[in-house]
Design a protein around this ligand. Structure first.
Ligand code: IPD
Length: 276
């Protein structure tokens, strides 16, 4: 799928993803007071903040300068076509509602992908980074590299998913969409999952959830309704940390369903949450 990329080219893409995620993360955490909602999207609770827009603009400007031949798919702006076969998939603030409420669980997600990120199963992330500015934690990987957590103080740790094998002992992350009818269905599914797991966490950023599964801070995660920008970088960090990802009916992870975790837990969780 997509262009042939050497190990050096993958490492270069990852380095840029890391630099961009950190730069944008530092911008959003230092927001001037009084900056709030700029617009609403799919519902009145699906918001875009002024800082989402500023963060995405920074990412787009840097990419236009450094990688003018690459395409861009961002959460908050029009797609930019490219000729290189690489598409940058950007979430300028994942966890926007947390950000709006000053809850520190939000991140900037930057991923370099090959294939068409708008078609399920037709794309793959080859390098990516998720920066959680409140904790100063950068999760990053490129294809075949393993996944790593680098802190602002310079510590680097290789990541691997939890060794848990029983769903009943598992701490499971999930999330909910913005549309009322989607949330009603998600409520029914979570009611089915809750009695069968240790507990549920809804922390509010899918990108961080996926990285936390990669780090073993959550045993597993599932959600329906994710967009490519929510999952592109976190999915690579997760698989490079030894995790498995599954979508509906065993297809690749996609908007309809993403289930993530060690293979044994994905095998147990997927049948519970994979409903038409
Ligand atoms: C949202 C977060 C949330 C998830 C939603 C996403 P946003 O992204 O990742 O955890 O449950 O499905 O839309 O709107 O904060 O970029």
């Amino acid at each position: 799928m997509g262009p042939q990329l050497s190990a050096a080219a993958l490492a270069t893409l990852e380095r840029l993803a890391r630099d961009l995620a950190v730069e944008a993360g530092r911008l959003v955490i230092e927001r001037p007071h009084g900056l709030g909602v700029a617009a609403t999207k799919s519902s009145e609770t699906d918001v875009v903040t002024v800082m989402d827009q500023r963060s995405e603009q920074l990412l787009r400007d840097r990419l236009a300068a450094e990688r003018p031949d690459d395409a861009i798919l961002g959460e908050e702006g029009d797609s930019v076509p490219g000729t290189s076969g690489i598409t940058w998939v950007l979430d300028p603030i994942d966890g926007t509602v947390n950000y709006l409420y000053d809850i520190p669980q939000y991140a900037v997600s930057v991923a370099a992908c090959v294939g068409d990120p708008t078609t399920p199963g037709a794309w793959e992330t080859v390098a990516g980074a998720v920066y959680h500015p409140s904790l100063g934690e950068l999760f990053h990987a490129h294809r075949g590299s393993g996944a790593f957590l680098r802190t602002d103080s310079g510590d680097v740790e290789a990541l691997s998913v939890s060794g848990e094998t029983a769903l009943g002992r598992s701490l499971v992350g999930t999330g909910f969409g913005y549309a009322a009818d989607v949330r009603r269905r998600q409520g029914e599914i979570v009611a089915r999952v809750l009695p069968q797991v240790r507990d549920i966490r809804r922390a509010g950023s899918a990108a961080i959830d996926l990285c936390w599964v990669a780090a073993g801070r959550l045993d597993a995660y599932y959600e329906s309704g994710l967009n490519p920008w929510d999952l592109a970088a976190g999915a690579l960090v997760l698989t490079e940390a030894g995790g498995a990802l599954r979508g509906p009916g065993g297809e690749p992870a996609q908007t309809r369903l993403t289930v993530a975790g060690p293979q044994a837990l994905v095998d147990q969780l997927a049948p519970l949450v994979d409903t038409p």
